[in-house]
Unconditional design. Sequence first.
Length: 342
Amino acid sequence: MLFPDPQVLWVPSAFRKACRVVEKDEIDTIIVNMPPYSLLKLALALKRQFPKLKMITDFRDEWLGYYLSQIDQPTEEKVRRAWELEAEAVHASTYVSTVTGTWVERLRRRYPGEPAGKFVCTPNGYDPELFRDFQSRRRKDGKIIISYFGTVHDNKIYSPDKYLAAMERLPAQVRNQLETRFIGRVVGQSNYSLESTKANVRLLGFMPKQQGIRHLQETDFLLLIATDPSSHAGKLFDYLACGKPILALSPPGGEIDRLLRLTRTGWCADPWNPDAIQHMILSACGRLQQGAPAISPDVDAVRSYSWPQILSRFAKAVELSPAPTISVVHAVVPELPMSVSA
């Protein structure tokens, strides 16, 4: 009943509403942005109702090779049905978009019978308006602040455990100079990890995004944890907009490592190597204490990840006209309860 996710219960009413919108506004193109993956059912139903409708499928998280295998806990039956549903949606789509180059190539290999040009890369980005008044500042007490911005998960990709373990191994006099702030919800067993660690941790909790960004003005470093080499964490792009150095626990040579090198905005350490994580932290803090510039961002490269630039490139890639007659209607789904080596 709840395949592929609980939001499937929302699809029938969304379909009725979408049909009225398509007819009233003479919509000729729909962009299906996922997750939730139940939106594939909605899009296919619309395509059957309006065969001439142009369908662009946009996977913000690649489904079969990433979300289903590393975050979800599917049964064999769910995996089989997911492959069938994705294949039907890909065949029905004029274009299929996803976030990283690795994921684009994965989809091309999965569907060799489809034209290679059908698959395009549309990365995540940041809203420059949110950072228009952003002003960096340092605390007067000399404490070094490392901030994590976003939900703290307990799965193997986003868990903070390896970071906390590396911090605990630092000498006490060094560890006491560092404060790690977590801004956002804390999920599952991560609560216990953060409350029991010897590291100097401060939990600020969930708050509106703009309020969280104000907290980032005071931070010295931005913490990113994403252990899958094929993915980008969405918070990475808000980090880019801050202009603060990024400390990433992500595989060297992966997508995040390549992006940090391209933009010159931070460093990447092997998330499974505590010595590499410690080395990254100590090296970055040493530069800060010596007064040396921590990073020298490539401003043009960073700006290329702003949403206006991304959407401009996306419109050209999928042959959307920028004419003002195009309507954009959002269907909001309710939310349910430089590499471092050792």
